[in-house]
Design a protein around this ligand. Structure first.
Ligand code: PLP
Length: 462
């Protein structure tokens, strides 16, 4: 009999009823509001990984039964990803990678070979969608609207200014800080109008929205899509890069076995896609797990699941907005292109690290705090001047991380419930009213821990 703290999706997810220790030697059922960082597996995915482990073997060239079976499962996973995203495999290729960071670095490595071309990025990007461009291909960064939304006019201006120089527009599908969904197809139309391609960092979007890359003839089609399995209920180390087939030229960035047709004493003939971009032994179990996660989401009713999730997100945002002393990054107004069930916030007078520690230690609620690997965006949302950021940079470079500003992030998934959101709001309200119960100490790295230390971890992993 499901508890009232349930919904129709919860039973399909693993590890969501875990008792966690809290202060005073007691235990509560943990609330996981850290899904934007990583998600638990769907139970079907977890069980499949166990079952498939008995059948697993190397893929592609093995003649044994298990090799043939594993090869089929691996290629079936590729087809499932392609279908899920609407990829026409004659025009685009689905490449299995480690995750979004790996995928974006792969694109940047190829981009870096295009002489003099630059990548246009927004101020909203996660470091994974910023640093590869900055340090490999070179980038132009465009600002956002005052509310922190993608600014299509600014993108168009930059494309006009850099006409011919900008080969790629890199934009996140949804922000991991505010949950703002980006107008990706509108940005794609602009990119294409000015002769550039578009890359969508879909790490946050893919688990919470249907993505359709659309056919290449469509002005709003998506050229590149990157995503991570561990953020969509398949945390087994595989991710995806969707790219145009004609993008890859010359030697691949990662070279090795499996990527070639023939190697002679002097020559290398590269294999066709996707093999040439998947050198080395692939993460078969991870890829198959991702394919099964996708199938499961679709079978369960992905669209309905997302509708429920959005309702939960509204409850979270409205609730936070109503608590005095709490400021939500990006405000609580809807974003024109949608908003994920995610909110980052600050509480007046309380360090973000302290709030996160107290939520865990006193309430059993897991959140994330800091700048969420999106420093420029968080600085923008906190209205910090360049001088203020410069001062923080000096501190951090000198090892004084305590002054690093930030926020606390609650990010939901379909298995979370209205009762959990209400409990979380109760906790935030209590903390905002001065109700921190334990004492905490701040470490040199800026994090907080209970003065007597965290309750010991009962290690169940052998
Ligand atoms: C928006 C966004 N992009 C990229 C990444 C990087 O994903 P991964 O760590 O799976 O490579 C993250 C991870 O949090 C993210 O939120």
């Amino acid at each position: 009999m499901p508890s009232t703290n349930s919904n129709r999706w919860r039973e399909h997810f693993a590890g969501v009823e875990l008792p966690v220790p809290v202060h005073g030697d007691s235990t509560v059922t943990g609330i996981n509001f850290d899904n934007a960082a990583s998600t638990p597996p769907l139970k079907r995915v977890r069980d499949m990984v166990t079952e498939f482990s008995d059948l697993y073997s190397s893929v592609h060239r093995g003649t044994g039964y298990k090799s043939r079976l594993s090869t089929e499962a691996y290629e079936q996973a590729r087809e499932r990803v392609a279908r899920f995203l609407g990829v026409d495999e004659r025009e685009q290729v689905v490449i299995f990678v480690k995750g979004t960071t790996d995928a974006l670095n792969r694109i940047a490595a190829e981009e870096a070979r295009l002489d003099g071309s630059q990548v246009l990025v927004t101020e909203m990007e996660h470091h994974a969608d910023l640093l590869p461009w900055r340090h490999r291909s070179g980038h132009v960064m465009v600002g956002l609207t005052d509310a922190g939304h993608i600014d299509l006019d600014a993108i168009e201006h930059a494309l006009k200014d850099g006409r011919g120089k900008i080969s790629l527009v890199a934009v996140c599908g949804a922000s991991n800080v505010t949950g703002f969904v980006s107008p990706i197809h509108e940005a794609a139309e602009l990119a294409h109008r000015y002769g550039a391609r578009i890359s969508v960092d879909a790490a946050q979007l893919a688990p919470h929205h249907r993505i359709d890359v659309r056919p290449p003839g469509d002005p709003g089609h998506l050229d590149f899509v990157s995503l991570s399995g561990h953020k969509m209920y398949a945390p087994y180390g595989a991710g995806v890069l969707v790219a145009p087939r004609d993008f890859f030229s010359g030697a691949p960035e990662v070279m090795g076995g499996g990527a070639i047709s023939i190697v002679t004493w002097d020559d290398t003939v590269w294999a066709d896609l996707p093999d040439r971009e998947e050198a080395g032994s692939p993460n078969v179990i991870g890829a198959v797990a991702l394919g099964v996660a996708i199938e499961t989401l679709l079978e369960l009713g992905f669209e309905e699941m997302l509708e429920d999730e959005v309702r939960l997100g509204d409850r979270l945002l409205k609730g936070l907005g109503a608590i005095q002393g709490v400021g939500v990054l990006g405000g609580t107004e809807p974003c024109p292109s949608g908003r994920l069930a995610l909110a980052s916030f600050v509480i007046d007078g309380l360090h973000h690290g302290l709030v996160a520690a107290a939520l865990s230690h006193e309430w059993g609620i897991a959140v994330r705090h800091g700048c969420f690997c999106a420093n420029p965006y968080v600085f923008h949302l906190l209205h910090m001047s360049r001088e203020e950021v410069g001062a923080v940079e000096i501190d951090v470079t000198a090892g004084r991380r305590q002054t690093l500003p930030g926020a606390v992030r609650a990010s939901l998934a379909p298995y979370n419930t209205a009762a959990e959101v209400d409990r979380f709001l109760e906790a935030v309200n209590e903390l905002a009213r001065g109700g921190v119960k334990s004492t905490y100490e701040q470490a040199d790295d800026g994090t907080y821990a209970p003065s007597g230390g965290w309750p010991p971890i009962k290690m169940a992993v052998r």
